[in-house]
Each structure stands twice: as C-alpha cells, then as structure tokens.
Write a protein that binds this ligand. Structure first.
Ligand code: ADP
Ligand code: ZN
Ligand code: MG
Length: 479
C-alpha cells in the first residue's frame, strides 16, 4: 500500500518581554542559575500572579500577523502535571478560550503556494530547565533545576495537520519564524530555545480522509533536526505498517547523534491534564479598538514585502523571497535602493558579494562593515560608468576593511574607468600587434576569438577600460 504523510506542528515561541509573564523577574538568557526567580515564579504558597499586559499585546500582534481571529474575551487555565521543572505542579496556559484562532500562513512548495491553517495561538508560561550531572538524563546520577526560565512568556502556535512532507514542515516553521521576527515579538534564536517545535507525524493510505495514528517529537530546535526527525519517523512508520503492525500513539524523542527517534512514553490526552480555569487571574478583555490599534501598528509583513519587491522593483520571485526571508536583510535592501541605486544591481550585490563576505566571516547583516548606504553609493558609481562592475568588486573589497566612501577609494586608488577613446585605442593597437594568432582566427571566421583579445586589453588597462568601448574598438579595427 502507498501512504501519505500528515504533519502538524505546535511551535513554542518565547516572547521578548523584559520581564516574565506573571511576575517582575527578568527574562534574559544565560544568567547564573536561579538568579531570575521570586516567590511568584517559584510557586511558593500564598502568592498571586499579575499578568504582564505586553504579553497579550504581543500575542494579539502574532495572531493578526498570521490571519487569526482575535478573541476579545479570553482566559487562562491550569494544565496540571507533575515534573520538577514546574514548581506549581500546573502550568498556567489557555485551553478553551485562547487569545487567537483560525489563522493561516502561505508557504512555497515545489507544487506552488500552499496554505497551512493555524488552529490557535495561546499564551502560557515556560517551565524551568533540568541541568543533569551527566551529559544526558540517562547517564546522570542527579539533576539540578534552574528556575530562571520558569514564567518566561510563551506563545504556542498550533497548526492544523496540513503539511505532508519534511520540506513543507520546514517551510512552515521558517515562515512562522520570519513573521515573528518581522513583528519583533521574539528573538527567535533557535539555538537558545526561543523557538522550538513539537512535531506530530502520522501516515495514512493515499486517498483516505481519516487521520492515522500519530507520534509526537517534542522540543525540536533546529531546522535540520526537524527535517531529519520527520524523515526518520516516516520511514519507521512505513516499515511498521508494511509489516502489518500498528502505530502506537506516543511521545518519542529525537536522538540527533544516532539519527533515530526513541519511544519515551505513551501519549497523554487533554483529560489527563485536568484542565481547570485559573482562579487567580481575571479574564483577558480586549476591545475591538485596542485590537485595531495593534493591527494598524503591524509592519509590512514578509509576503507583502516580497510582492512589493517583485512588482515595484521587478525582482524574481526567488530573489525577492530570499531578501524578504529576514527582516534585517529586507531593510538593508530597502536602504540600498533608497540611495537611488538600481534595484536589480542592489539585489545582486546583496545576495552576491555581501552575503559571501558575511558568510566567510560568520557575521550577521547587522554586523556588516559595509553599510547599505555605502554599498548603494558604490552601485551608483557603476551605473554612472565611473567604474566597471569588475572594478566594483575591487572597491567593495577595499570598503570591507576601510571606512572610506567608495568615491574616495576609487580616486585614491586610481580606479576610475578609462572612457578616453584615444587611450583605449592605444592599448587595443598594442594587443592586436602582439596577438597575431587570435587576430587571424577572428578574421578566419572564429568570432569567439575576440574574447581573448578583449581579455588582453582589460588586463593591460588593469580592468579600468570601459568594456563596451573595448569591444566596439576591437570589432571596428578587425573589420
Ligand atoms: P495535543 O498534542 O496537545 O494532544 P492536538 O490534538 O491539538 O493536541 O494536536 C496537536 C498537533 O498535532 C496539531 O498541530 C495537530 O495538527 C497535530 N495532529 C493531530 N492529529 C494528527 C495526526 N493524526 N497526524 C499528524 N498530526 C496530527
Ligand atoms: Zn519571578
Ligand atoms: Mg502536543
């Protein structure tokens, strides 16, 4: 039998509020263990939570940016379970009245655009972290608990089971990450666990409209692990089904070292959590006006920005997609073109030399030694014909280590393009005289031979001769 894959993601996104969701403790990453704690987030008896309103505003922002309906009346619930990283023995979360529901985002697939529906977005508090004495829980004799992360605000973004491959799941998670970055509600540093996904995977016979039994892999925090875990799970489940077996609904853990998933525990159902309304927090009421005000404050989102770069600047879907995949890159691009630089040249330099240099040095675009304004000025010199694009590369290299304006670099280094006919003609004559073989080939009908001659002229002029003039002069002289 042939099977198709069904995937749904629950993405946890840490919000970048300064303080925690129900107390005034700091949220910063990397502090000494148990230094960002207080009686509230430690769950000591008798304390009361106070909601950080910024969390609600961020949640609404995220809901609007993903086309959700916002619930003006929403509430918190207690999700009860026991684990040492959860000092209250319940997590304050949302159950039946989440802040946002029924959204969607579009992703690009090989077969074109695909819409992934969002079931809901709810707010909750993060749990603490177990710090094992060994490298894994299995080879440790003891564990400490660090409660710094307890109470850091989280959004849980739940998708419908609308994805059907690892690539689609990745594209979806990348889209969510990009949107959260654009609206500036999370740092989205996956390596710090700001953004992590629980992946649900099942198979069903092709054409069947009934969902198969799923397994869940929790806390996946890299795109590679996401794809690898899904692909492994597809293979494993296919084998089980083809051998006539049944998939057990369970939570499995992804072992990146061995590249396999391992059974952890059987899956808990919602009723196991004994959800109940949180009595210590009033319902969250948001007026239509407040929601509209947040909607008006949304920045231009990735899809709209991409469409604009295609329509206005004439970029290809591919280029526009890459440039808008990160807000920083999109803003850098807009800043280049704000200097008046040509849009396609701007895209080429951004995705070409700039990206290459940043990659080589492991720098982000914010750390680029060449800012958008200087790059724009350099591109303008090319468009004006002051320098050729080849010389542009030399100037760019220079700019990487020098703070000088491109114009100054061009002057200081004597890189101005030669557009003086007489000067170019002299070089052309020398080259013709010195390359009898190529000249003969050309005259004998091998028109390609002119390439070698152009190359010689460019070389002798140290790249400064205007290439178009060189071509014209050579063609004229050779008849
Ligand atoms: P929970 O994991 O909390 O019990 P849900 O039933 O809400 O909750 O599902 C969580 C995620 O699993 C959702 O993203 C949903 O789309 C996905 N999902 C549910 N059933 C399946 C299935 N049979 N195959 C793949 N994904 C599924
Ligand atoms: Zn606290
Ligand atoms: Mg789940």
């Amino acid at each position: 039998m042939k099977y198709e894959t069904v995937i749904g993601l629950e993405i946890h996104c840490e919000l970048k509020t300064k303080t925690k969701i129900f107390c005034g403790c700091a949220t910063g990453f990397g502090a000494d263990q148990n230094t960002h704690v207080c009686p509230v987030c430690l769950g000591l008896p008798g304390v009361l939570p106070v909601l950080n309103r910024q969390v609600v505003n961020y949640a609404i922002k995220a809901g609007l940016a993903t086309n959700c309906e916002i619930n003006g009346y929403s509430k918190f619930d207690r999700k009860n379970y026991y684990y040492p990283d959860l000092p209250k023995n319940f997590q304050t979360s949302q159950f039946d009245l989440p802040i946002a529901e029924h959204g969607w985002v579009d992703i690009d697939t090989e077969a074109g655009k695909k819409r992934i529906r969002l079931t809901r977005i709810h707010m909750e508090e993060d749990a603490g972290k177990l710090v094992h004495s060994g490298t894994t829980i299995k080879d440790s004799s003891s564990s400490n608990v660090d409660y710094n992360r307890t109470g850091v605000p989280l959004l849980e973004i739940v998708s419908e089971p609308d994805m059907s491959s690892a690539e689609e799941a990745r594209a979806y998670m990348e889209k969510i990450k990009t949107i959260m970055e654009y609206i500036d509600v999370s740092n989205c540093r996956m390596e710090e666990g700001n953004l992590r996904a629980d992946i649900n995977v099942s198979l069903r016979p092709i054409g069947s409209d009934k969902l198969g039994t799923r397994t869940e892999m929790k806390n996946i925090n890299s795109f590679k692990a996401l794809e690898d875990a899904i692909n492994y799970e597809i293979e494993r489940q296919t084998e089980v089904l083809e051998d006539g077996g049944h998939i057990i609904q369970e939570t499995r853990t992804w072992d990146p070292e061995r590249g396999i998933t391992l059974s952890m525990r059987s899956k808990e159902e919602a009723h196991d959590y004994r959800y109940m309304p949180e009595p210590d927090l009033p319902p969250i009421v948001t007026s239509a006006e407040e929601i509209e005000a947040i909607r008006k404050g949304l920045p231009e989102l990735p899809d709209a920005r991409r469409a604009r770069l295609m329509d206005e600047a004439g970029l290809s879907a591919y280029d526009a997609g890459i440039i808008t995949s990160s807000r920083a890159m999109a803003e850098y691009y807009d800043a280049i073109t704000a200097t008046g630089a040509d849009s396609k040249l701007a895209a080429n330099w951004l995705m070409g030399d700039l990206a290459k240099n940043l990659n080589a040095e492991g720098k982000t675009i914010e750390e680029s030694p060449v800012d958008a304004k200087r790059l724009g000025e350099m591109i303008l010199l090319i468009s004006k014909g002051t320098i050729s694009s080849k010389i542009g590369k030399t100037v760019f290299k220079e700019m990487w280590t020098s703070p000088d304006a491109p114009e100054k670099i061009v002057k200081d280094k004597g890189l101005v393009q030669i557009t003086d006919t007489k000067e170019i003609e002299d070089i052309v004559d020398q080259v013709i005289a010195a390359n009898a073989k190529a000249v003969e080939d050309y005259k004998g009908g091998n028109k390609k031979a002119i390439g070698a001659l152009v190359g010689q002229v460019m070389k002798q002029s140290k790249g400064k001769a205007n290439p178009q003039m060189v071509n014209e002069l050579l063609a004229k002289k050779l008849g």
